[in-house]
Design a protein around this ligand. Structure first.
Ligand code: ATP
Ligand code: MG
Length: 266
């Protein structure tokens, strides 16, 4: 019998870039930081570093979406493009308009720089990264939130590992994009109550980020947000590989997220 001539196509191997630690250090020195303008910046070395994804997680009303919309205005106000992936239908143009106006920007100019996707399924969510227009060079990419669609689609223990696997894949895809585009990444996440907590267990231990420990290794800086007295909020950096665990306050006003003045009566 004549031998089959069909050549099997070899799968394309990923190219690995080797660097010395010194090169990595030098590269990092040149990276810029995006400031929230609040004390949260102090938790992560002065702001979100280019090429980095920071996670803000916490219970409802803790300020995650307010932070996302404020950072959108800050970046768009400086002329940067913002990719905003809204999985919860909570991007609020009226609120963005208010934050923009209070900060002295023309909202119509700001809106031109905001590129919104509203995926309804986890497939659409993954595609929304792949389908960011090639000619768009975003300064900031936001996903509010990374876990809600996975939680909705994969219910029950028997699909937990599949859910975790897909969530990990999505985060890796996002990290790769943020690194390649040298932009800033912000994701939000919800919390669940750990079952064996007591009333004395601190809130940041009682309420864990959805996605569990498998995500701890993927996202370097995770900040737990919670409500505090007189409408203020507290951010706590949890388990960072670079910075010490610490807490800083901020508040939410008509200008979005804001610092708490030292001499404030709050
Ligand atoms: P969820 O998990 O439900 O998405 P979240 O953490 O995203 O919650 P946000 O929507 O960011 O919560 O925060 C909502 C809170 O922001 C409200 O409870 C309200 O206290 C505060 N807030 C919204 N608009 C204003 C405003 N104009 N001035 C002051 N506070 C505001
Ligand atoms: Mg929200």
């Amino acid at each position: 019998m004549p031998k089959e001539k069909k050549k099997k196509k070899k799968p394309k191997k990923p190219k690995i870039q080797w660097k010395t630690a010194l090169q990595v250090l030098e590269e990092r020195k040149n990276l810029e930081r995006l400031k929230t303008g609040t004390a949260l910046d102090e938790l992560i070395g002065g702001g979100i570093q280019q090429t980095e994804v920071v996670e803000f997680y916490g219970p409802y009303g803790s300020g995650k979406s307010q932070l996302c919309m404020t950072m959108t205005v800050i970046v768009a106000g400086q002329g940067g493009e913002v990719v905003y992936i809204d999985t919860e239908d909570t991007f609020n143009p009226e609120r963005v308009k208010e934050i923009a106006e209070k900060r002295g920007y023309d909202p119509n100019e700001i809106f031109k720089h905001i590129h919104l996707a509203e995926p309804l399924t986890t497939d659409e969510l993954a595609e929304s990264i792949d389908q960011i227009p090639k000619n768009l060079n975003p300064t900031l990419i936001i996903v509010d939130s990374i876990t809600s669609l996975y939680r909705e689609e994969f219910i029950g223990r028997n699909v937990l590992s599949e859910r975790q696997g897909l969530l990990r894949q999505f985060i890796v895809k996002l990290k790769k994009y943020v690194r390649e585009k040298k932009c800033y990444g912000i994701v939000t996440n919800q919390v669940y109550d750990v079952p064996d907590a007591t009333p004395f267990t601190p809130l940041y231990i009682r309420q864990q980020a959805v996605g569990g420990h498998s995500l701890y290794h993927l996202i370097d800086n995770r900040i737990f947000l919670r409500k505090a007295v007189h409408g203020t909020r507290i951010g706590r950096l949890v388990d960072s590989s670079r910075y010490p665990e610490a807490e800083r306050p901020f508040k939410i006003t008509d200008r979005g997220i804001e610092p708490i003045e030292e001499d404030s009566e709050e």
